[in-house]
Write a protein that binds this ligand. Sequence first.
Ligand SMILES: Cc1ncc(COP(=O)(O)O)c(C=O)c1O
Length: 403
Amino acid sequence: MLSKTRILVRHLFLPNPGGGRETIEAYERAFAERVGSACCAGFWKGRVAFFAVLKALGIGPGDEVVMPGYTCVAVPAAVRFLGAVPVFVDIEPVYCTLDPDLLAAAITPGTRAVVIQHTYGYPSAGLDRVMELCRSRGLPVIEDCCHALGTRLGGRHVGTFGAAGFFSTQWSKPYTTGLGGLLVCGDRDLHDRVCRLRDAEAVSPSGRSAAQLALQNILHALLVYPWTTAIAREAYRGLTRRGIITGSTGKVENLRWSPEYFKRMCAVQAAAGLHELGRIAEALEHRRRVTEYYLSALTEACWRIPLPVHDAEVALLRVPVRVGNKDEVLRIADTRRVEIGDWFIRPLHSRLTAQEVFGYVPGQCPQAEKAAREVINLPNHSRVSLGCAKRIVAFLRETCRPA
Ligand SMILES: Cc1ncc(COP(=O)(O)O)c(C=O)c1O
């Protein structure tokens, strides 16, 4: 933690904390190597990486982009910013990923791409079938890997199955650089198109916003622990609303296009990311150990837990659990300072934005709506010790009604 803080403090005093092309390129190479992809391109956020690849694929007004109806609202927002239309497919109820049995019916002559999402870190269900169907229809698959750094299927890292995969390094993700997005792709030609687009059209973060991000990273490293999460989250949202700090999502960011949206990565993010990649194996091993504890303790308590995925190494970002009294559990958790996550609170996760804006019709994805009502998630990050995980399981046993 101290060495990351030192790196960030050093960046605060650089003449141009937003620049640093060499650091960014080194980070892109290291990330591509980590996931076993030929190429990588860095961006300000995961959603921006997704936007860039859609644009590089030529997706534009009226084109349909199929995606699971259980996602972060930033995903359909990126599609809408190109004038394209998000088409939502319901999820299967076990891993909360796109239901492969429903995909064929969602594809029309207007479909130009399919997004799959490795939710919570579980590989998207029926991946082979989905890939085969899309190959037969000539459709590129884009993998949303924002939760899934470290997940492999048949030895292959997620993000390398489709035309491209995008990752996020926002606060709650497998490692954090405050904000951050990485696009990986195996096709050098597509990567070149993405980079040309970025060079021609993306804006650079200002020195001020890069320095602000460095400072926020330092505060996060020093202050955010499982028992401070609830307070930190509220403070973060309040300060973001007042425009004092750089939030994950601005008030109208997902609603209104602004040239500020299509933003490059800055050196602060790359330096923090390089540092985090250097210790990622250890961090993932910690997550695996805590996850294993949760799963065995919950199985012992007769909770329904997703079955292990065949031939996969699953790196869960958070451990999803279904309960019958989600709102109550979250409320009590906040008052007792127990870190319990709420993703996704709606089929298109957002506190701020109405689902209908993105073309989601209530009732359209019943499994996604049920998951939004029932799923809470348990933390397994580096600040959650086994002792802390035990207290969380005891809390669940005391407060939760099974779904
Ligand atoms: C599944 C999923 N996709 C995309 C995103 C967007 O990532 P970012 O916040 O880096 O733009 C998120 C972020 O929370 C996410 O959870």
